[in-house]
Ligand binder design. Structure first.
Ligand code: WT7
Length: 639
């Protein structure tokens, strides 16, 4: 075992950490209140969520909390009218929050920008007006292909304000992946930047959008807004491309907030599934707003003095719920950093924590493992005493990484809140609160109003301590409201095990009812906290001229958690060699972008297949890792 630990250690972990008494005294939700919430949510879950909804502002309240007459197409707060942006911005302008910092942003070169709620509100209004003048309105889709910049947040909020549906695409995705998403969403407008700073270099971005648009349905994208970030040369197409600063210069500071129906879509977030096509998860205004607001406030115990830093990129759901919507609804200060965590050296994150006095630091295990590798001399150089809570998300955290974070960043005082959730769930589902007893590596218990269990393939609960499939047994407010253009794929989540939501994870519950997540149960890899389907990678390999057949599996990686290994049968006329390996890696980077990390490529004469000709990934995996065949990780292969 190395310093990072292995996930098998999760099975042996028995340590328990208690919150400091002071923390319990000061917590917004104390242990008695949490128990009361659990009791209430236990016998009246809808009443519990209704109370949560009452903490927000509505144009019109609901007729009903939940309409389940068309399950699994659940409708939360039907009959209500609202807009999440009203709760993120408009309402704060009427309170003491008006002049409080809403957003702190730091660029990689060290430049910084700060917005009060009032300033953010005004700039969002100007962009909202600019979008309207470009012909964008309620229900139109806009794709935001941006690095972490203030304008990324501003564009998201401006879109939502006018009732448009945003789809943020991570800037690490290739032109092809971007095109696929633009096409599926039939986006009318793209927001991008000329480029951005990453690891000391300028990465061009606008040219990738140009490339994506060449093959996109020419009539869907009418306009592009370009933020000037690095002053790199870009080609601007007359009549289609506009500089952000030119567009908003003369726009008014006020703009009406569109009144939305409860299940009017707020955003699409594309995520990988088990087929070659990414799926467009839909989240809508009312339910998402209620679920995210309640869970973020409770889990992170938001106080008026907090500086909240979630290191996720806005291109993922974590960026939506925990960088933009959650913190702004809570009226706290959210912090964003543009660049690479090790630039110019491995203390950059701690430098930022110390400089701005970050109080809550929420990150991913892959980041922690990377920082562990550089050792504690970097953490010791900075005053981290402002921190009071730490958080983890995206993949299982090994007890070693948990303890490293707790000890070296949290001074043995800051609870590590390991939050389990998904793009589909929108909000935190299984997570401790700061007052909870913590076991390193466990996501602890379901939040009030959430019901989860571990079951076998037929939906029968498995005994404590035994591994099984993680399911959710009742709907929750921030759940996805559908799949863009694909209701059947939405329904699949509820049909694999009838009547339950199949999360796609393998997990177990211990004797205390604590959940321990072990990893994905389907053929989806989790590379550095990013989901990528093996089928998507296989399709990308298949598009290469040398490839006849291909099977992709996940293999462990010390820093990234998991990376891909490809088994390839080449076409008869092809001679496999090192050049071909390099070329294939280049090809995947072009097809999918740097998120698809390939650890190795192995050439084979043939691949194991089912009788109907499907490649059996679990056999490849079993051979590779020396595991037993037939565990739960091969669900998708079954014929
Ligand atoms: C998958 C969802 C919204 C979270 C960011 C990723 C894994 C997520 C944890 C955790 C162990 C976790 C699961 C899940 N996952 N959080 N705390 N411990 N595993 O969102 O891309 O939708 O991926 O990430 O496998 O199913 P996502």
């Amino acid at each position: 075992m190395d310093q990072f630990g292995t996930l098998d250690n999760l099975l042996q972990e028995e340590r328990v950490f208690r919150p400091l008494p002071q923390l319990v005294i000061e917590a917004n939700v104390n242990p008695q209140e949490l128990e009361a919430h659990r009791r209430m949510a236990g016998h009246d879950p809808l009443g519990y969520w209704e109370e949560a909804a009452d903490e927000l502002d509505w144009f019109k309240k609901w007729d009903q909390v939940l309409d389940d007459s068309d399950a699994p197409f659940y409708k939360w707060f039907p009959g209500s009218r609202c807009n999440i942006v009203y709760n993120c911005l408009d309402r704060h302008i009427e309170t003491y929050n008006k002049n409080k910092l809403a957003l702190i942003w730091e660029g990689e070169p060290g430049d910084s920008r700060k917005y009060t709620y009032f300033e953010l509100y005004r700039e969002v209004n100007r962009v909202a007006n600019a979008l309207r003048s470009l012909g964008i309105g309620k229900g139109d889709r806009i794709v935001i292909y941006m690095p972490p910049l203030p304008e990324t947040v501003i564009s998201m909020l401006a879109a939502a304000k006018i009732g448009a549906i945003h789809s943020v695409v991570f800037a690490g995705f290739s032109a092809k992946a971007l095109r696929q998403r633009i096409n599926d969403a039939q986006a009318k407008l793209v927001v991008t930047a000329d480029g951005f700073y990453r690891n000391g270099q300028i990465m061009p971005l606008k040219e990738t959008v140009d490339e994506a648009l060449v093959g996109a349905c020419a009539d869907c994208v009418d306009s592009m807004i370009v933020v000037r970030r690095c002053k790199v040369g870009v080609d601007m197409t007359d009549g289609r491309d506009f500089w952000y600063e030119d567009l908003i210069r003369n726009e008014r500071n006020i703009s009406p907030t569109e009144v939305m129906d409860a299940d009017d879509p707020l955003f699409l977030m594309y995520t990988s599934g088990t087929t070659g096509q990414p799926k467009g998860i839909v989240h809508s205004h009312a339910g998402y707003m209620v679920g995210v607001h309640r869970t973020l406030n409770h889990v992170f115990d938001i106080k008026p003095t907090d500086i909240f830093w979630c290191t996720a990129d806005p291109g993922w759901v974590t960026g939506h719920s925990a960088v933009v919507y959650g913190p702004l609804m809570a009226g706290t200060t959210t912090l964003m950093y543009e660049g690479h965590p090790n630039y110019p050296q491995a203390d950059r994150l701690w430098n930022i924590v110390a400089k701005y006095g970050v109080t809550i630091f929420y990150t991913a295990p892959t980041m922690i493992r990377m920082l562990m590798r550089f050792g504690i001399q970097y953490t010791r150089q900075h005053d981290l005493s402002s921190l009071r809570l730490l958080g983890s998300v995206g993949e299982p955290i090994s007890p070693e990484a948990w303890i490293w974070l707790y000890k070296n960043i949290g001074r043995n005082e800051c609870p590590v809140l390991d939050t389990w959730w998904q793009t589909e769930t929108g909000m935190f589902m299984i997570s401790p609160l700061p007052i909870s007893l913590l076991k390193p590596g466990s996501v602890t218990k379901t939040l009030p109003g959430v019901e989860a269990d571990i079951v076998d393939r037929d939906g029968n609960p498995v005994p404590a301590g035994k591994g099984g499939l993680l399911v959710l047994k009742r709907p929750w407010p921030a759940m996805m409201t559908g799949m863009w253009n694909d209701p059947d794929r939405y329904r699949e989540y509820w049909e694999k095990i009838p009547g339950m939501y199949f999360a796609g994870d393998v997990a177990r519950k211990d004797e205390d009812g604590y959940f321990w997540i072990q990893g994905r149960a389907d053929d989806v890899l989790n590379i550095a906290g990013h989901r990528i389907g093996t089928a998507e990678m296989e399709a990308a390999f298949g598009a290469h001229r040398a490839v006849h057949e291909c099977g992709v599996i996940g293999v462990p990686d010390t820093i990234k958690g998991e990376a891909a290994k490809a088994f390839i049968v080449v076409r008869p006329e092809v001679e496999p060699d090192d050049e071909l390996i390099k070329d294939l890696k280049r090809h995947i980077r072009n097809e999918l972008g740097p998120v698809a990390v390939i650890k190795s490529i192995e050439f084979r004469d043939n691949l194991p297949k089912t009788r109907s000709g499907k490649i059996m990934r679990r056999v490849l995996k079993a051979e590779e890792l020396g595991h037993e065949i037939g565990d739960l990780t091969g669900l998708e292969d079954e014929d």
